[in-house]
Design a protein around this ligand. Sequence first.
Ligand SMILES: NC(=O)c1ccc[n+]([C@@H]2O[C@H](COP(=O)([O-])OP(=O)(O)OC[C@H]3O[C@@H](n4cnc5c(N)ncnc54)[C@H](OP(=O)(O)O)[C@@H]3O)[C@@H](O)[C@H]2O)c1
Length: 340
Amino acid sequence: MISCSIIGATSYTGNELIRLLAKHPNVKFGCLTTRSEDPVLAAEMVPSLGKNDTLWIEKFDEKKVLKVSDVIFLTLPHTAAMEYGAKFFKAGKVVIDLSADFRFQEPKVYEEWYRVKHSATALLKKAVYGLPEIYREQIKKANLIANPGCYPTGPSIALYPLLKGSLIQAESIVIDAKSGVSGAGKKLSQVTQYCEVDENFSAYKVNCHQHQPEIEQTLSAIAGKKIKITFVPHLLPLQRGILCTIYLKRKRNASKQKIVETFEKFAGKQPFVRFLGHGKFPGLHQVQYTNFCDIGIAVDENSDGVIVITAIDNLLKGASSQAIQNMNIRMGFAETAGLL
Ligand SMILES: NC(=O)c1ccc[n+]([C@@H]2O[C@H](COP(=O)([O-])OP(=O)(O)OC[C@H]3O[C@@H](n4cnc5c(N)ncnc54)[C@H](OP(=O)(O)O)[C@@H]3O)[C@@H](O)[C@H]2O)c1
């Protein structure tokens, strides 16, 4: 049994961590924390805890967190997370940060896209990007795991086998992404209010969404050369889920059969990637409340066009359950523990 704490436990992703970790066979809770002076009964935020009246979300107490925790999840806004992450990492804890604060290798990329100064730049090289499908071996040894962003997760997983196998033209990647509203977190903003979202569908941050450089960093590392993408996010009038339609051009030697076989082989080794096959496409219902990334493809045999469609739950494979998958890998538990 290990002891896990969640800093920022009142957040959407913190609530999902509580829900899942409560049933994890290898975990007990350390501290669940908030900035608030008033403790909150966890079951009031996480209904699946039922009548549990002993688990509380309490005011952050650094000494207590350090004393009782083996693994610390940070579910805080970016900028806030870097300070806590640095402190806990230096104290020898395993830190899994769900924010963007440790995802970038280059501080200047983070500072340009997030428009804040990074206060723990030395740790960026020590952090491992927590996408198990690509970095499983590195995650096994990491004490600072930068959980990926919700939008980058699906496209990075799906493009990995295609780039690795050199099957697509790397300069032709267009990602048309659509997310449910929980992707924006709990903080109030006009664009996520009910009357703005309900019965509506719109693009936002075209060419300037902060997840674009994160995807480019991952794809560039796979391809071994700098990759620029076109990334267009949209807001769906739904609570949860991200569907990405990825437009690609294949290379001459990449037949439909080769592409299908490449995905079959890749997904066959991944406990949480389901390849649906050629001509079959995922919807959000089939991934909501799961840690799965579902992938479907269509190869146009009369042109070089390839369409890849990915679906995930932004709060789970895009955040909290992926964080638990990372913890399982790091702590030597079954990768699927607490997630199926
Ligand atoms: N939502 C998603 O789908 C998603 C997916 C992937 C990654 N992420 C990332 O995961 C992190 C958490 O996201 P979320 O959507 O779950 O957040 P959220 O619902 O907006 O909640 C953030 C929590 O952080 C605490 N907080 C806010 N400002 C703080 C500060 N300055 N210092 C310390 N604590 C502060 C608040 O708790 P108290 O007021 O109780 O202290 C709040 O409950 C973010 O960095 C986000 O970008 C989110």
